[in-house]
Ligand binder design. Structure first.
Ligand SMILES: [Zn+2]
Length: 597
């Protein structure tokens, strides 16, 4: 593979993004950098004086951030296309230092705003002159009852490094110290097993390879179970300490309230996913039959159930397919996608030194989003185009409609626009592709997306809820108590169809997300919202796309739940989760039909 990767100079210009839209040259970037560096002094001038002129302080801060963002992004994007370019690396490091210097210089702003009387903050939020900043001020008001006195906050801040210790210990353990027994391959050779390559071994066609990968990983974690339980237990207690000391009732409330997400969103998700566990069993039964297994073990869940299907899709064809598939999104949406392609927003092909993966950078409000791809001439890559451009369109519409202080969309909806595009594409392909192999391949992909995102992440969310409740009730968080809780969850989710291999009890020990509590549920709610939205767009047409445009344009001007309501999706109710789960049920049914099993 590696020898096929081209040098960047060998790739046609029109397949590379054009950073001159940000700055015409590195010299122009340097000038902008110098100006921004000088302007940091403007915000420093407000230190200790925010209450005297809060409007000036807030505006000055936003202006500085608006000035630094393109400086940082230009350097960052430039480096992404060639990580071996030391000039680009140097520019990026320099830009990062500029950003850190600015945020350090402006660190007084938030605490000084929080120290202002509530009535003054409210008046400021309602002041027409400050309309562009009402969301910023709403967040300050929301945080105010959870802010301590200056002296207390100083003490808590001093605890900061200690509070980060569980995460740091976990990272050192898993990234540096832990080693896993290697895998005996069918040809007799041994292959090293790491967290990085586990996902390819657990998808292996050879069952013994999968079994070894599963057991070697889980048992190794299990052997360090007391240490990891103590580490995770400390993390849960840290969550509790931070929450209670800031006048929240629970750690979950502390995680959700600042994002303005009602806690019932979390509980609804768990309840509805439980309602649909029988559909998951149907899927698992189907998997068992298609794989021709007498028993379905937990290490049999990841390999494809059907033979690989390859569709040769060079970039231009893949993009045309995306345009065709996303037609239901409306003509102006499609026009923007074409503009992204022709206007060189996208860096298409892999090249030597370029970063792997794909992303959309939507923070350049006055330019346009940029998209990094590593196009691979297959169907997965076509889905990646649809996904990343979904992010780009969300950024594009929000940037166009909102002032910069309100253009960033919330984490809660971060994956909605991207996965909505994927869902619309999926429908289109199911209608147009006729070969059973192609349809089975698509359905397999979709079913796994539902299982790993909706079911697995919800199970994780449930584990976090349980572990934090245990801590609240004073139940010691030990290797045994936590593993027992995790094993029970696996029995609930998979037990009816699968053999619950005992090693699964240790799996919670390897999940890094647990050190950032009450976050994984967003993956599941995001996919459910996106699937519900795509159904609405496909059935209701232009009325739905007009509403969808309102959601895309909302940025963070309203809480994320309200933004989704504009598109007709009420995540405070269980309905969108049910709707998405009904699509899952239908997908299982389609897979039965296509495979005749
Ligand atoms: Zn994404």
């Amino acid at each position: 593979m590696a020898e096929n990767i081209r040098k960047r100079e060998e790739i046609e210009e029109r397949y590379k993004w054009d950073l001159t839209h940000i700055y015409p040259s590195d010299e122009a970037w340097k000038e902008a950098y110098d100006r921004a560096a000088e302007n940091i002094a403007r915000i420093s001038a407000y230190d200790g004086r925010v209450a005297e002129d809060p409007k000036g302080a807030i505006r000055t801060w936003q202006a500085l951030i608006d000035e630094i963002t393109p400086v940082y992004d230009y350097a960052f994007l430039r480096k992404e296309t060639n990580n071996a370019d030391s000039t680009a690396q140097g520019m990026k490091d320099q830009a990062l230092r500029l950003y850190v210097t600015a945020t350090t210089a402006g660190a007084f702003l938030q605490p000084e705003l929080l120290a202002m009387p509530e009535e003054e903050l409210e008046a400021l939020m309602k002041d027409p002159e400050m309309k562009d900043f009402d969301a910023t001020l709403r967040a300050v008001l929301l945080a105010k009852p959870h802010t301590l006195t200056k002296e207390e906050e100083r003490l808590v801040a001093m605890m900061g490094e200690v509070a980060e210790a569980p995460d740091a210990i976990f990272t050192s353990l898993t990234e540096a110290d832990l080693h896993f027994p290697s895998i005996r391959m069918p040809d007799g050779t041994e292959q090293e097993l790491t967290e990085g390559n586990y996902s390819s071994f657990i998808r292996a066609e050879d069952r013994d390879v999968r079994r070894q990968a599963f057991q070697n990983i889980m048992n190794t974690y299990g052997a360090y179970g007391n240490t990891i339980a103590a580490t995770y237990g400390a993390s849960v207690k840290k969550d509790q300490f931070m929450a209670l000391s800031h006048h929240y009732d629970t750690a979950r409330q502390a995680a959700m309230k600042p994002l303005e997400i009602p806690e019932k969103v979390y509980d609804n998700l768990i309840d509805v996913i439980h309602e649909y566990l029988p559909v998951l069993q149907d899927y698992l039964q189907l998997r068992k039959k298609l794989m021709g297994l007498r028993e379905l073990h937990l290490y049999d869940l990841y390999p494809p159930m059907v033979k690989g299907y390859q569709m040769d899709l060079p970039y231009e064809e893949a993009f045309d397919l995306v345009l065709e598939g996303l037609k239901p999104m409306g003509e102006d949406y499609l026009a923007k996608l074409r503009e992204a392609r022709e206007g060189r927003w996208i860096d298409v092909y892999p090249s030597i030194g370029k970063s792997s993966g794909a992303f959309s950078d939507g923070s350049l409000r006055t330019v346009h989003p940029y998209v990094l791809l590593n196009h691979n001439n297959n169907l997965d890559s076509a889905f990646t185009i649809a996904h990343e451009l979904g992010h780009s369109m969300h950024s594009f519409y929000s940037n166009a409609a909102q002032p910069s202080a309100k253009s960033d969309y919330s984490l809660f909806v971060a994956e909605v626009a991207s996965t909505c595009n994927e869902a619309v594409m999926q429908r289109y392909l199911m209608e147009t592709l006729k070969e059973p192999e192609a349809r089975a391949f698509l359905l397999n992909h979709r079913l796994e997306q539902f299982r790993t995102t909706c079911f697995r992440q919800t199970m994780f969310a449930e584990f976090e809820k349980i572990s934090h409740e245990m801590a609240q009730e004073g139940i010691p968080l030990t290797k045994d108590s936590l593993s027992e809780a995790y094993l029970k969850l696996n029995e609930t989710y998979y037990g009816e169809t699968c053999v619950i291999d005992p090693e699964i009890a240790w799996e919670w020990m390897r999940v890094p997300h647990f050190y950032r509590a009450f976050y994984v549920y967003v993956y599941a709610t995001g996919l459910c919202a996106a699937v519900s939205l795509s159904e609405r767009i496909l059935t209701e047409g232009s009325r739905a796309t007009a509403d969808y445009r309102k959601f895309l344009s909302a940025g963070c001007s309203v809480p994320p739940i309200e933004a989704l309501k504009m598109a007709g999706i009420d995540m405070a109710s269980p309905e969108p989760i049910r709707k998405a789960m009904d699509v899952f049920r239908e997908t299982v049914k389609n897979m039965h039909e296509v495979t005749g099993v």
